[in-house]
Write a protein that binds this ligand. Structure first.
Ligand code: ADP
Ligand code: ZN
Length: 767
């Protein structure tokens, strides 16, 4: 037997913060079990760690190569094609490849066993098996005869329960329990009577249980949609990489276009990924696709439990899904016949992961499509400056849907100059709710229409201020002011989560006049209560949405018009389709406008346009009222005039002037430490070295500009002092090269310094 048949060489990545890959050998019966995409357990400096098999490679003549211990998976977790993608991610974002893969896979799959300990028990492997669920079924041949029971002594909803059981024949216990509060009792009773039976079996959990909106029959497309779908279908036939930017205003019917694109890809034998910016939006997107593709739809997002995610993952890996829908992490769906990636609301900032592995899922989607010769559709009503510029210079194809569906009119947008309304204490509420907004809400209520009020700050007040010395109470960890939360009566830090009781006396002057100042969503709700006591008001922000499913519940109540006014942060601005909403109020447009960030204008324009798009989606035209102290800012006037191109031309000119993206590529090198002086010293030291290493190549020096180190705008966060260096580069190659040098030479400088360095490529977080 040739040696290659009883001994294999494999290249693996280990799930540890170590760059590079490693070679192992495989012998004996494991040879038949090894495959790219499976995990192996390998010996690694005295430990046993999880490794991902990247390649089977030709024999190496090196001494001391070790055998793997075992192969963990029966099915590969990702197709061989994805290896190159992982490698690209690792290289571009300077993140260890093993951790890139670990982050891409469903959580809970990683094992590390210290030497000397036994192999994991069988239970451990079972743990990642399929989820089992209890189902209640109507026994064969049984007919529910109501005369069989005494109706006077039965709960009122028993009829309804029995009717459901005889209609559906089989329902999960979970669904019964969520539909009927006394579900467990009803089930027991009817099992005892011999009508129902209980069975436990493995399922791929039907996540669309929580479906909100279902429309199974696609409507006939309008001419614009048809035109766009035709172009997309044509492109798909090329089987080649291409990117389209689809500029479709809100309510132009993009979802139907996505559906037809996925269908066209499916007909060509290729699979699709649809990414949406919010977990909550996957639910409505998924229920539409479920209604039309049945069980060929898989869902991936981080709010699924470990098991649910694993189940979905394995289904996808086995080729049981034609389309995967999810938030950012759907990018990693292990599809082997991927042909289409749709990024909905491509401008959304949530596509950037801001911890550990800092990648931009939209940008990475383009690379993944390139590696699989697939098509990308970036859809948005307010495209990012970057994508629109790429379309403008011909790098992307451009598709436009400039009109709302069924010729519904664009909402009328009124901008209110808040400088007109004094902040006298008598008129305090007017700084929150100007008279025109008040009247509009009143009128809307009278007409039984619904209202959305948007304010991008949760809590009751923005500051807790001393009336005597003007000192605001600050977070000792973050040096930002604390927000007063009336429910719970505490002061909260929105950055580190610190929560304290409001002090009686000012820590600075010992004065006794401490008051909340400014306002957040809680305060808005309170003002509404005073002004419109009869209105049903709900609040949707991170404080009220702590638990799984709560977002859906609030949206469902609003959808069913059990709520008149929905007050919320960013969460209310995105994607939802409520036909009865005819008024949107922006309580303050100034918060995002004043961020020290080159994208402040872009973000404000997007936020305002998105929230404005929530109104007038039914038969009655909508109205939007924007309150601001900057009524003539171009981001606000462009929103008012629904003029994206005007906004784009002003914004792009500014970017060019200051040489920010898309005219340059940027990266930040951030330093975090417990000691202020130490952090400054290290940042300075590394800054000097970066400049020195830049000088080595004249060409590169001309292409790169270095700013800082300086103190970050958020100078202290979660107890850490922060410094940063900004690098601007004309080419991505030079930038990548330089960052790698930085990474290498800083290892020694940082070691045991107590300062951590974070490299953020294409950063969005500038504070
Ligand atoms: P967008 O994502 O562009 O904001 P949606 O895809 O949510 O818009 O569509 C807006 C509304 O129009 C939805 O209620 C959708 O069902 C409806 N719709 C889409 N296309 C059509 C069509 N061709 N005919 C009738 N209604 C449509
Ligand atoms: Zn804090």
């Amino acid at each position: 037997m040739p040696e290659s048949l009883h001994k294999l060489y494999i290249q693996v990545a280990v799930a540890l913060p170590i760059s590079g890959t490693f070679t192992y050998t495989v012998t004996g019966e494991l040879v038949g079990k090894v495959a790219v995409g499976k995990r192996a357990l390998v010996p690694f400096s005295g430990r046993k760690v999880t490794a991902y098999i990247l390649r089977i490679i030709p024999p190496e003549k090196r001494e001391g190569l070790k055998d793997i211990i075992t192969v963990i998976d029966t099915y590969p977790l990702f197709p061989p094609r994805m290896v190159e993608f992982f490698e690209w991610l690792s290289n571009y974002y300077l993140y260890p490849i093993g951790l890139v893969i670990k982050g891409a896979l469903p959580t809970g799959l990683n094992v590390r066993i210290p030497d000397g300990e036994k192999m994991p028990s069988k239970g451990w492997l079972d743990r990642v098996g399929l989820l089992k669920m209890v189902f209640i079924t109507l026994k064969k041949g049984v007919i529910v005869d109501r005369s069989l029971f005494d109706r006077r002594r039965s709960p009122r909803n028993e009829d309804e329960f029995l009717e459901m059981m005889s209609k559906k024949k089989e329902v999960s216990l979970r669904e019964i329990k969520t539909t009927f509060t006394n579900g467990a009792y009803l089930v027991d009773k009817w099992i005892k009577r011999g009508f129902l039976k209980r069975a436990r079996r493995p399922v791929v959990r039907d996540i669309a249980d929580e479906a909100l909106f279902i429309s199974s029959k696609p409507p006939p497309l309008n001419s614009k949609q048809k035109e766009v779908v035709e172009k997309i279908s044509e492109k798909l036939k090329d089987n080649a990489f291409f990117t389209y930017l689809l500029h479709g205003i809100t309510d132009s019917g993009k979802t139907e276009v996505y559906y037809h694109a996925v269908k066209a890809a499916k007909e060509l034998g290729r699979q699709s990924i649809i990414m949406v910016p919010e977990i909550a939006l996957t639910v409505s997107m998924a229920s539409l696709f479920r209604a039309r593709f049945q069980d060929r739809v898989a869902i991936l997002h981080s709010a699924l439990s470990k098991r649910e995610r694993y189940d979905q993952w394995i289904r996808i890996a086995k080729g049981d899904a034609d389309v995967v829908i999810g938030a950012r992490s759907a990018l990693f769906a292990p599809l082997s016949r991927l042909g289409l990636i749709i990024v909905d609301e491509e401008h959304d900032l949530s596509y950037k992961q801001e911890e550990k592995f800092r990648y931009q899922a939209r940008d990475a989607a383009i690379v993944r499509a390139k590696l699989s010769a697939g098509l990308v559709i970036l859809g948005s009503g307010t495209p990012s400056i970057q994508s629109y510029q790429n379309a403008a210079i011909g790098k992307y194809g451009f598709l436009a849907m400039p009109k709302r569906i069924l010729r519904r009119e664009l909402p009328d947008i009124q901008v209110i100059d808040m400088a007109k309304f004094e902040r006298s204490s008598a008129a305090q509420d007017e700084s929150i709710m100007s008279p025109p907004l008040k009247e509009a809400i009143q009128e809307n209520l009278a007409q039984k229409k619904q209202t959305i009020l948007f304010l991008n700050r949760r809590g009751f007040s923005s500051l807790y201020l001393c009336r005597f010395c003007g000192e605001a109470i600050r977070c000792p960890n973050c040096e930002v002011s604390l927000t007063y939360h009336k429910y719970g009566d505490n002061l909260l830090c929105h950055y580190c989560g610190l929560s304290i009781k409001p002090p009686n006396r000012c820590p600075a002057c010992n004065g006794k006049e401490l008051r909340p100042f400014g306002f957040g969503t809680q305060r808005v709700v309170e003002v509404l209560g005073d002004l419109f006591p009869e209105a049903r008001v709900e609040r949707m922000d991170r404080d009220t949405m702590r638990h799984k499913g709560e977002v859906q519940q609030v949206l469902k109540r609003f959808m069913q018009h059990e709520t008149d006014i929905l007050v919320g942060t960013q969460m209310v601005t995105k994607g939802h389709d409520f036909p009865n909403v005819t008024l949107v109020g922006v309580i303050s447009a100034d918060l995002s406008l004043n961020y020290p960030d080159f994208r402040a204008g872009e973000v404000t324009f997007q936020l305002l346009s998105q929230v404005a798009g929530r109104t007038g989606r039914g038969n009655v035209p909508g109205k939007v009222i924007i309150q601001t102290f900057n009524p003539s800012h171009y981001a606000i006037t462009a929103t008012k005039n629904h003029d994206y191109t005007k906004f784009f031309s002003q914004e792009i000119a500014l970017r060019q002037q200051v040489n920010y993206p898309p005219f340059s590529l940027i990266a930040t090198v951030r330093f975090l430490g417990n000691s202020k002086t130490k952090t400054e010293k290290i940042a300075h030291h590394i800054g000097v070295k970066i400049r020195k290493s830049l000088k080595k190549q004249a060409k590169r020096k001309n292409a790169i500009e270095i700013l800082g180190p300086v103190e970050a705008p958020m100078a202290k966060l979660k107890g850490k002092y922060r410094q940063h260096i900004l690098i601007k580069s004309r080419t991505s190659r030079y930038l990548n090269q330089l960052l790698k040098e930085v990474e290498t030479f800083s290892v020694q400088i940082l070691s045991s310094s107590g300062v951590r360095m974070i490299i953020d490529v294409d950063p969005y977080q500038m504070m």
